[in-house]
Design a protein around this ligand. Structure first.
Ligand code: GLY
Length: 448
């Protein structure tokens, strides 16, 4: 199989669906338009909701896109594994009351096997429980043996993302081979390990969820498909994660170069390398869509991502300002699909540079204030001010300048608390007592 790059795969997908009479539309902005249910576009179909519901007339009834998306729900875990990032691109072909299951499934199979060149014997479709229509298409028309078609329930094969159009779906999994497997005898499609990974989801978008779990049938039957571009690249390039596909790896290598570190040598270093790589990409795209750092809404998400990236850069030992430099690399790597990045380059780099400068000042001032806070804490401890009935009261240290609040759990033994400041981060570690407390025991306060 040829190891196509991310930029090639994006182009191949759009050209394939153009050859099937689709209008290839430019990615919509990350800022949702007329949609209060979302802070940022987080799925390929999200900007197209009005076309599915019939509220707006689409420019053509067959459309395909490569949509930039950001998901920050799980931000604390980003970087800890190589599975997730905040930024991703979603490839999708859409039918607004035009073609339905037959064409959609045939075309997804054709693209994967004939255009990309994936081995058909490694592909496994799944269908929604009793969707016999989809079963017949896979089995009788496309020729996938019945035992290779998996039936899953609502949790896996009914697609919805908050409010809006939704429906049963049929997914395509790719078997990456034993080397990615968990080795369990029952490991197969649906296993949580990295062997069988879902590459494409064909949603038969027939319902609308009002956001409170009430479903109504849409006037038209639609197709909404989603294939993560980075995930497709993982399969095609046969690499172990999102961070080792060609474009992301080039960016990560640049971070390594600035930090003088190597990837996959040390866990903590890898976490920081992944955070910086992922976050600077999200930030570059957010600013190109006009989002500015601020203390609320989308602007706060951007500020938080930028500051986390800056902080982890410091943790890696990178000195001075570095984020604009990395953003320049993001632009060079992604301008093929997003020419607006190049057009707005000067603006993007300026915003990043100013925010980083501001943050660096904040860190320097903050270190002084944090040192005072810790010494204050120690003085209080000497006077035993907060002890009551042998237990410590809940303490709140208000860090007004940066609106930071640190809440210590009840009944921790104060003399075992360790506090240290490193690279602008106050870490408090509290001895564990119960399982519950163990979860709370490590608290890291960032200067936001
Ligand atoms: N909208 C279908 C998907 O993203 O899976």
């Amino acid at each position: 199989m040829q190891k196509y790059g991310v930029n090639e795969l994006r182009r191949m997908f759009l050209e394939f669906f153009e050859s099937k009479d689709h209008l290839a539309m430019k990615s919509f902005s990350l800022v949702p338009h007329n949609d209060n249910s979302l802070l940022l576009i987080n799925a390929g179909m999200a900007p197209l909701k009005p076309y599915f519901t019939g509220q707006e007339i689409p420019p053509r009834r067959r459309v395909c896109t490569c949509q930039k998306c950001i998901r920050t729900g799980d931000i604390e875990n980003i970087g800890k594994t190589a599975r997730h990032g905040t930024f991703f691109e979603m490839l999708g072909n859409f039918s607004f009351g035009d073609y339905f299951k037959t064409e959609s499934l045939h075309w997804s199979w054709e693209f994967l096997t004939q255009v990309v060149g994936l081995d058909p014997d490694r592909l496994y479709p799944s269908i929604y429980l009793d969707d016999e229509e989809a079963f017949k298409i896979w089995n009788e028309e496309i020729g996938v043996p019945a035992e290779r078609i998996f039936r899953f329930g609502r949790e896996d094969n009914f697609w919805e993302h908050g409010a809006g159009p939704c429906g049963p779906c049929s997914e395509i999994y790719y078997d990456r081979g034993e080397k990615y497997g968990c080795g369990k005898p029952d490991c197969t499609v649906g296993c949580e390990c990295d062997r069988y990974i879902e590459v494409w989801n064909n949603v038969f978008s027939q319902f609308e969820n009002d956001g409170h779990g009430n479903y109504t049938e849409l006037a038209q039957k639609n197709i909404d498909t989603g294939m993560g571009l980075e995930r497709l690249a993982v399969v095609v390039q046969d690499v172990d994660s999102l961070f080792t596909i060609d474009t992301n790896k080039a960016l990560l290598d640049r971070v390594c170069q600035l930090a003088g570190k190597e990837y996959q040598k040390d866990y903590e270093t890898d976490v920081s390398l992944r955070i910086v790589t992922d976050h600077i990409k999200s930030c570059t795209f957010m600013i190109s869509d006009g989002i500015m750092p601020s203390n609320e809404g989308r602007g706060y998400v951007l500020r938080r991502l930028l500051r986390r990236a800056a902080r982890h850069g410091r943790k890696l030992g990178i000195e001075g300002k570095f984020l604009a430099n990395l953003s320049d690399t993001v632009i060079a790597l992604s301008k093929d699909g997003y020419p607006e990045l190049e057009e707005k380059k000067e603006f993007i780099l300026n915003v990043i540079s100013k925010e980083e400068e501001q943050f660096n000042k904040t860190i320097d001032q903050g270190l002084g204030i944090l040192a005072e806070m810790i010494s204050d804490m120690e003085k209080k401890e000497e006077k035993n001010e907060d002890k009551k009935d042998g237990r410590y009261l809940r303490r709140e240290f208000s860090y007004s300048k940066f609106q930071q609040t640190m809440v210590l759990p009840d009944n921790v033994e104060k003399d075992k608390i360790e506090a240290k400041v490193e690279n602008g981060v106050l870490s408090i570690s509290i001895p564990k007592r119960t399982e519950e407390e163990a979860k709370m025991a490590e608290k890291v306060i960032e200067i936001k």
